[in-house]
Design a protein around this ligand. Structure first.
Ligand code: ASP
Length: 342
């Protein structure tokens, strides 16, 4: 019997599989089959690897809910056959995708690990090899015949993070991601340092449910001192808009001006979901701690607590398709569904 883990490598695009167009100097995606030829080391791993590629690999700036559904469908149709999945993805929107997929894949019992690189795999100084090889190694870890990881993660520059806790912080450094409010779950050094107490609990035999519908009638609004009523009301009056992730200051603070609260009251009364997240890179929203957030708390603004903006917007898109009443929506949003929030 073959006890080796079977890993499916899903190539969606991104720098990892790009090469330079020498006419323009710009990086462009290239044929995925060539990618594996460039890493013969993969054969040394103690697992069986199969690969599948998006027909047209994309720069992750072109990512959208249809592409997320494409990834979810690939995982769904190969779920029984494979023990783990490694998704090669551009780093630019990787945190959005790993957040989205965490919500779309309910009752996940196998690892789905996103990774990519800052330099193409063919580059002499590439970070792609370490990222790819260790991501596959972690995805193939098994204990008593079961996968060790059973959630959506992101592996980059020696660290495995919970995918929906991450954010891209640097466009140049190999350490491109951080997880401001949740520690790294695995650290790769001479050994893999596993912090299993941080992993999501194993799901007890529940079947995978794949949610492919996301509602993109949503917006992220970042507050800034001097933001005018005209600008904010123009956004909130967009006819199809159903939810807004409001990036406020510090522990969830915003102006106390009457027009601001009145605008939010009107939107919430019309069925809009407003989520308060902090524009700080770490820490949590705590509505009521300051006078500048008590008004929002009183009118039913949802607390994003310590969620990242990436997880907040994708959770909003997901929950909007679950058709819950406004009060239940608030409760669901403020509850951890996949370990994305306190
Ligand atoms: N622009 C690229 C992308 O996100 C950058 C990368 O792959 O890291 O697709």
């Amino acid at each position: 019997m073959n006890s080796k883990a079977k890993i499916l490598l899903i190539y969606t695009g991104g720098t990892i599989g790009m090469r330079k167009d020498f006419d323009t100097g710009a990086l462009k995606a290239f044929n995925f089959s060539k990618l594996l030829q460039r890493i013969p080391e993969l054969k040394q791993l103690d697992c069986d690897i199969e690969t599948i590629s998006f027909e047209e690999p994309i720069d992750s700036s072109n990512m959208n809910p249809e592409e997320w559904a494409r990834m979810a469908t690939i995982i769904e149709s190969n779920y029984v056959e494979f023990d783990g999945f490694v998704v090669l993805h551009g780093s630019d929107t990787m945190s959005y995708s790993s957040s989205a997929l965490s919500f779309m894949l309910e009752n996940l019992a196998k690892p789905v690990i996103f990774t990519g690189s800052q330099l193409p795999i063919g580059d002499l100084r590439t970070d792609a090899k370490e990222n790819l090889i260790t991501a596959i190694q972690i995805a193939s870890l098994q204990q008593n015949g079961l996968p060790v990881i059973n959630e959506v993660c992101l592996y980059f520059e020696y660290k495995l993070y919970r995918g929906n806790r991450t954010t891209k912080i640097n466009a140049e450094h190999f350490k491109a991601f951080t997880s401001p409010n949740y520690p790294a779950m695995v650290e790769s050094g001479v050994h893999l340092k596993m912090r299993s107490e941080l992993f999501l609990a194993k799901n007890k035999g529940k079947e995978l449910v794949v949610h492919k519908n996301l509602d993109n009638n949503v917006a992220i609004v970042k507050m800034f001192p001097g933001m005018s009523e005209a600008v904010l009301s123009a956004i909130f009056e967009i006819p199809s808009l159903k939810g807004v992730v409001l990036e406020t200051y510090g522990a969830g603070n915003a102006p106390t001006e009457d027009w601001f609260i009145a605008l939010l009251v009107k939107a919430i009364n019309n069925g809009m979901h407003v989520i308060n997240v902090t524009q700080c890179s770490g820490g949590s929203v705590n509505m009521g701690q300051y006078e500048t957030s008590t008004g929002m708390k009183a009118i039913g603004v949802i607390s994003g607590k310590d969620i990242t903006t990436e997880a907040a917007i994708t959770k909003l898109m997901y929950l909007l398709c679950q058709n819950s009443a406004q009060k239940d929506f608030k409760t669901s949003f403020e509850t951890s569904l996949r370990g994305e929030i306190l």
